[in-house]
Ligand binder design. Structure first.
Ligand SMILES: [Zn+2]
Ligand SMILES: [Zn+2]
Length: 199
């Protein structure tokens, strides 16, 4: 093979590998997050995952309403957005100055199964009944109103250190993607250059 082709080809192959690995990690990282309060790995699209947006637009994710409450109290002013696991309806809790200021729907509750994975939101009494009938653990589990959820978060927050990492794609992933794309773009340039320098 001609020497003029070696370098561009090597760049092309290296660039492709880096881009594919980079794109893969980008997709993985953008779909998952760690609960800001307890560190559990969660999927952002999961119906049980809550997003806590602070007033400066930063978003942090939480695995359950109590964890979300802890994160909300930690940032003091926040909107917690979750979903009714019965019907998918959006449920929001507003926090102002480190206290619950409103809840929408106002009748939203949390079925409290005793652990993060069993703390589930219900938008209405009807959905609460549906969730109870579909999940053994929920059948006799106590229920908490939105203000009781925030009160529980307040109590728990005293014994937990929040590792504050607003959601973002990590730098190594951008570095991988960036260098892959740069190599791909550079390959034809070196080919043209080497060809020219031969003649
Ligand atoms: Zn959590
Ligand atoms: Zn519902």
């Amino acid at each position: 093979m001609k020497k003029t082709l070696y370098i561009p080809l090597a760049l092309l192959i290296a660039g492709s590998i880096l881009s594919v690995v980079g794109a893969n990690s980008y997709i993985n990282e953008s779909g998952t997050a760690l609960c800001t309060a307890c560190g559990m790995k969660i999927s952002k699209s999961d119906t049980s995952t809550l997003a806590v947006s602070s007033t400066n637009g930063q978003i942090r994710y939480a695995c359950c309403p109590v964890c979300a409450g802890m994160v909300g109290l930690y940032v003091k002013n926040a909107t917690i957005t979750g979903e009714c696991i019965g019907c998918g309806k959006e449920i929001t809790f507003q926090l102002a100055n480190g206290a619950l200021s409103s809840s929408n729907p106002a009748v939203a509750t949390m079925i409290s199964g005793g652990s993060c994975a069993k703390n589930k939101l219900a938008c209405s009494a009807a959905c609460e009944a549906t969730i109870r009938s579909k999940n053994d653990w929920a059948a006799n589990a106590p229920v908490k109103t939105s203000s009781q959820v925030i009160a529980a978060a307040q109590t728990k927050l005293a014994s937990v250190t929040i590792s504050d990492k607003p959601d973002s794609i990590s730098t190594p992933v951008y570095a991988l993607l960036g260098s892959g794309i740069a190599l791909l773009a550079f390959a034809p340039v070196t080919w043209v250059y080497l060809k020219k320098s031969r003649t």
